[in-house]
Design a protein around this ligand. Sequence first.
Ligand code: ADP
Length: 558
Amino acid sequence: MRPKAGDKVTIRYRPEGGPLTFARAIYCTVNFNRIQNHPDRQVNVDMRGGINGGTLETTINVPLDAHVVNFSFKDNGIFIDDNEGAEYHCDVIGASGVAPKLKIAHLAVEMAPIAKVGGLGDVVTALSRSVQEQGHTVDVYVPKYDCMNYKEIEGLRKVDQFHFGNDVVNIYKGFVEGIKVTFVDPENGHFRVGCIYGRGDDHLRFQFFSNACVSYMKRANCFPDVLHVHDWQTAPAIWNVERPKTTATALTIHNLQFGQDLIRRAMIECTFATTVSPTYAEEIKNHPSINVIPKHESGKFKGIRNGIDNDIWDPSNDEFLPKPYDWKNCKEGKREAKLELLKRMRLDVTDFDSKPVIACVTRLTEQKGVHLIKKACRYALEKGAYFVLLGSAPDNRIANDFANLANEMKQQHPGRGGFFFSYDEPLSHLIYAGADIFCVPSIFEPCGLTQMIAMRYGAVPLVRRTGGLRDTVFDVQLDPARAVSYNKSCNGYNFDGEHESDIEHALSRALADYFDHIKWSELDLPRACMRQDWSWAAPSERYIDQYWFAKRKCESFK
Ligand code: ADP
């Protein structure tokens, strides 16, 4: 619903299943423009008078200057339903004046595509773009590494220099993917070492960066509404005493493996914290660095799943595919991609239509379930399918293991196993498009992007039910009810255990469905996957709600 400014609007509420299920009376508080003290706000409107077939209702006037109506509900005691602090809201059209907007600054030590090591870099760029597209101001602060991909920075120029402790810091500005970026360049050489991580003094370098950013914000008088830090590296900005209390802080945990002491302190002091999927949030909530949140703030840690960038991952506009396709013509588009992929991998294309491609694109590390990947490979080939793996293995032992497996499989099942041990982005696009079934058997996975990319290209995911994989893949047999609770339809296959027999069982179900032509076309999974939305649209809305919540909370310090 998109009401007009000046209209009357009816707010309806059904308490069943929510925090107010057993409330005797329910009161609605209505506010405007996301602020606490709009002159026309209405506090605790009794909704009993408006009972309408089990639904409570109240009608309000939307003021002419209201761009947003926000509202929450409570009973006459301690129970509230305020969307976990974020309030509910509805956008209004035709309001006078300027719509309320946020100013967000990210502090990050990775940013795609200029300085990317893992998912953190992708999230910073994609979330910034998505929030900026909604009209908010977003700045990203990153170290000015000597090893950045400078070709991707537009308009890089030096704008300031200042003394910070015993050091001199230069500040540069530029644009990356349309986002304003501030580069911090200390003359002590912290970021002129040819790498992002791994010199043994990362704590020192990133602590310096975090504090230099806050100092610069003070100097340039440009503190944001919300300072958003990522992982332990930029956490020290949260407790920097130069930050005014009116600037809220957000912490996002991408990986809890490192820097746990810093995360623990940030968890206590931040205005709100997130991790990258609801299930991962559940899995780590009792970890000693997470369960330190004071009781009265117990709702401040949330799981918000990552999205994928639908412009970068777009089968209808992808230079690496032989033929563009969308969900309507995915059968033909995927068939051409499959043929091209098999040829590229020098596999046997005789009768290729009747054999599914089982694929995997991954870093080959223990986290990704290497023994399960090997099992999937052997089993798929035994059952007459193709198996295609694009994997980069930083560990020599794992690399050797896979090289042996590849040789063995090439002998046992000639023409059906394709192995590429490198990092190859163009090839990854062709694999997502050419694959019928895409395996992600991770032992743990905070969010995972590959299963969502696979779905965007119509490859059916088969995953271990952990972390973000559990939040995005719903098994056709096991999860119909769970899919409904996520407002999705079933889209793939999954399994729980860590044994080889667990993945074998899931894969055998998937292959049985595939080889049963009638069932496979009835399930129509590739198309179902392609029609699901795994973009940043919904997650960035949730971040924006959290940002407003944090801003409101910190405005009381004015
Ligand atoms: P993680 O960040 O733990 O590696 P994610 O699933 O979050 O896992 O992100 C992986 C990203 O890296 C995806 O975009 C995937 O396509 C890409 N990727 C992983 N391995 C390779 C590879 N060998 N070649 C090309 N791209 C890869």
